[in-house]
Design a protein around this ligand. Structure first.
Ligand code: NAI
Length: 294
């Protein structure tokens, strides 16, 4: 890559869950050939169905052409070999992400852009795992990633200026509106959003008000498009829990301690909208059954 980001070789998204599905949808809709890699074959089938549904809804005429650009794989090492861009979207577990970046350093082309969608982790630590590659950078997308316009672009100390330029160009190619952020725990959005969400959970625990009223307060009083508990259910309560644990590992601040109610919901398998139960219950179409159950 010299003057312009070349996307020949396409995009490989590692992790076909909530975020991987959204990022892959965005890449396909932008005309990029896209491979989704997951260790779980059943997850890949679900990812394919979700991506296809979204693309058919958005593109009635050329959906088949767009979908022809999608490949599914359980073999990360061969999938990334010719990729122009690799975007990691596996769970927020530091050892897992470190192991992925260590493998990418060998398996991907030296020119490939190596991106993490982490919500909280040190991009410098991931770049170190990839032998200090200057091609490692954070691109923090938002859920649903094919619709939400923001991407936080996060640079490691080893990230080269060319990599920053390429990541900004990729964000634009995906139709996003990026901001550049320093490699601090939680960047801008998770650092603020996790605090708001956790305080809302603690208020449910304390019986200050029911979940639905706490959300209503922030929607009607503060103009938030979505309340903090609705948002936590959308993000996934297991994802929230991992994010809080990761923030605790990166700072000694006690404000990121895990609310008891969050731990209990996750332990009981109530992971939010994706399991149809979290702070709310959801019907089969994913609409909340009001009033909130807690
Ligand atoms: P998820 O749990 O929905 O999906 C993760 C996927 O990764 C699963 O399908 C799993 O099978 C797969 N996976 C696990 N190990 C793997 C491996 N070694 N190779 C390939 N695939 C593997 O998680 P989600 O919500 O998509 O989050 C992924 C990342 O995105 C996390 O770092 C999270 O913090 C971040 N994020 C999540 C947001 C959200 O709203 N859910 C928003 C922005 C960032």
């Amino acid at each position: 890559m010299t003057d312009e980001l070349s996307l020949r070789g396409g995009v490989v998204v590692i992790g076909g869950g909530t975020m991987g599905q959204g990022i892959a949808t965005a890449a396909l809709m932008s005309g990029l050939s896209t491979t989704v890699v997951d260790v779980d074959g059943a997850m890949l089938q679900r990812a394919e169905a979700t991506i296809a549904r979204r693309i058919r809804r958005a593109r009635d005429k050329d959906a088949a052409t767009v979908l022809a650009g999608l490949t599914l794989s359980t073999d990360m090492l061969s999938a990334v070999a010719d990729a122009a861009v690799v975007i990691e979207a596996v769970p927020e577990i530091v050892e897992l992400k470190i192991s992925i970046f260590a493998q990418l350093a060998d398996a991907a082309r030296a020119t490939a852009l190596l991106v993490s969608n982490t919500s909280t982790m040190s991009i410098t630590r991931l770049a170190d795992a990839a032998a200090g590659s200057g091609r490692v950078i954070g691109m923090h997308f938002f859920n649903p990633a094919h619709k939400m316009p923001l991407v936080e672009v996060v640079t490691a100390s080893s990230t080269t200026p060319l990599t920053v330029r390429d990541a900004l160009a990729l964000a634009t190619a995906l139709g996003k509106d990026p901001i550049l952020v320093k490699d601090v725990p939680g960047f801008v959005t998770s650092r603020l959003g996790l605090l708001l969400g956790s305080e809302a959970m603690r208020m449910v625990e304390e019986g200050v008000a029911p979940a639905a009223d706490i959300d209503k307060a922030m929607r009607l009083g503060y103009g938030h498009p979505m309340g903090p508990l609705e948002l936590a259910d959308l993000v996934g309560l297991d994802v929230r829990l991992n994010n809080l644990k990761s923030m605790q590992q990166r700072s000694d601040a006690t404000q990121y301690r895990v609310p008891r109610i969050l731990q209990r919901l996750v332990d009981d398998g109530n992971l939010g909208k994706k399991t149809k139960s979290g702070f709310y219950r959801y019907d089969t179409d994913g609409h909340p059954i009001l009033p909130g159950r807690l």
